[in-house]
Write a protein that binds this ligand. Structure first.
Ligand SMILES: [Ca+2]
Length: 500
């Protein structure tokens, strides 16, 4: 395999294509000679970073997301879609390879500063599965032009904004790495740990326009690429950086969410006692010290970032309509994992509660009978690869570990799987969680460090852990068996054909 190093230094990109003032960097890797047919559907793959379900389309009473909502009206909205690992690099590696975290080998983010071509000691999936064909790479091999704008694979945010982060060069023909005013004015950002903005809660009500922010530039570049490639099949991946920390967006978005109208979540007895301990191990000391006032400010800033990101998504969707591409382009909108906003007393990600595991997922494939409807069908991010290959009529590799969601797009009352799996690491041990139609069951270190069972129908907020209630012993035994089957055969998330 040949891999050419992408570069962001001006000298190396002299003469490169420039779209809307941003350098489009060609990655001159080998191309399969097979040409795509012009009538094949395009793919517009939109992903936000660290976005939970606080969206109008998901029934949130306060957060304003008119553009994602209008995409939901022309696609199928998955109400129960799950990340395989609620952390950037493990989730994105799984989603874009179509393989589960234990197969990709990526169970952690790289240490900061690692770059795309340094595969020797950072967890990049090519170390473990070097010849895997990624989702965008499959489309490339079939004659599509595949381009990335912003964050698709792991990027340290905000540290690596403007670089390629931990990219996968064989996935793309072209890349664009915008860096906006949010990056240039990092010193203005308020942080719980002054001077630190990455994994730390931090925010800024910014001066200036949307267009100056990194996600504004992401949308501008995406629109330019749509204009450039409107006449040939394309796979355009657009990775927004918000609402990842630091929550930077123009001031007008903060004004939509007055802090006095933000209610803080109630904590359960388990939340207060933090039991079982690994379930709460993602908590950070500086977060635990926050005042209620600071908590409300953080939620305000997160929601402001969502509305700002939504506006940028709207610009790209407008361009799709303006260019006449909407009726031959499959649009996906999702996130890499969910996010806590003081629910369970937690912030951010890396827990196995529903709020961290669940992702928004909208798939708008032209002509599907289910468009405009919601579905309760369980779905996993690992399903996106087989789904898009199926919808585009491309042969997916046999080793994929998800299932095509196309039957659900045709009929949202259908299901293609009976369980969704999510995992995290705690030091040297693992936590695994299985979500079924009714239950969420989680085992820490195979149960040695605790178990959790929640009746998601009766207790969607996961307030009462039923794991030690003898009434549910049979249920727990069944869910444990489901989980051990899954760990032996990672494809077990897929129900047998007869059960579909
Ligand atoms: Ca993320």
């Amino acid at each position: 395999m040949t891999m050419k190093t992408p570069s962001t230094t001006p000298a190396r990109i002299a003469g490169a294509l420039v779209v809307a003032g941003l350098a489009v960097i060609p990655l001159a890797a080998q191309r399969d000679s097979q040409a795509a047919r012009p009538e094949q559907p395009n793919v517009l793959f939109l992903i936000a970073d660290d976005l939970n379900g606080d969206l109008g389309a998901y029934g949130h009473p306060q957060v304003q997301t008119p553009n994602i909502d209008r995409l939901a009206r022309r696609g199928v909205t998955f109400e129960r879609a799950y990340s395989q690992f609620p952390l950037c690099s493990p989730s994105r590696s799984s989603m874009l390879t179509g393989r589960r975290p234990d197969t990709t080998g990526v169970l952690a983010n790289p240490r900061s500063g690692r770059v795309a071509t340094d595969y020797t000691s950072s967890p990049h999936f090519r170390e473990f599965i070097p010849d895997t064909v990624t989702l965008p790479q499959l489309f490339r091999q079939r004659g599509y032009v595949a381009a990335r704008v912003g964050k698709l694979y792991h990027y340290g945010v905000p540290g690596q904004i403007g670089t390629s982060g931990l990219d996968d060069p064989p996935s793309w023909d072209y890349i664009v790495n915008p860096a906006g005013r949010d990056k240039a004015e990092e010193h203005k950002v308020f942080s719980l740990v002054p001077g630190s903005y990455g994994g730390v809660l931090s925010w800024l009500a910014a001066d200036g326009s949307d267009l100056e922010q990194t996600d504004g530039l992401v949308a501008t570049a995406a629109i330019g690429l749509l204009e450039q490639y409107r006449d040939r099949p394309f796979f355009l991946a657009v990775g927004n950086f918000r609402p990842h920390t630091p929550y930077v967006s123009p001031k007008k978005y903060f004004e939509r969410y007055p802090v006095e109208r933000i209610a803080l979540p109630e904590l359960s007895a388990d939340d207060r006692q933090r039991t079982p301990a690994p379930a709460y191990a993602s908590a950070k000391a500086e977060q635990d010290r926050m005042s209620d006032d600071l908590r409300r400010q953080a939620i305000q800033a997160y929601w402001a970032s969502i509305s700002f990101m939504d506006a940028q998504v709207g610009r790209v969707l407008d361009a799709l309509d303006r260019l006449g591409l909407a009726d031959r382009t499959i649009v996906v909108f999702t996130s890499d994992h969910g996010y806590h906003l003081y629910d369970h007393g937690l912030w951010q990600k890396q827990s196995l509660f529903e709020r961290s595991a669940r992702v928004p997922l909208i798939v708008a494939a032209p002509g599907k009978a289910g468009n405009g409807r919601k579905t309760r069908a369980l779905a996993e991010l690992v399903d996106l690869y087989p789904t898009l290959a199926d919808l585009a009529g491309l042969p997916a590799p046999a080793y994929l570990e998800g299932a095509s969601l196309a039957p659900v797009l045709a009929e949202p009352a259908r299901t293609v799987k009976d369980a969704a799996f999510t995992q995290v690491r705690r030091g040297e041990s693992n936590g695994y969680s299985v979500r079924t139609d009714r239950w969420r069951y989680t085992a820490w270190d195979e149960g040695r460090q605790g178990e959790q069972l929640y009746d998601m129908a009766a207790d969607p907020g996961e307030t009462t852990n039923l794991a030690s209630d003898p009434q549910w012993a049979t249920t727990i035994a069944q869910l444990k068996r489901r989980m051990s089957d899954y760990m032996k055969h990672p494809r077990a998330g897929t129900a047998p054909a007869g059960a579909r």
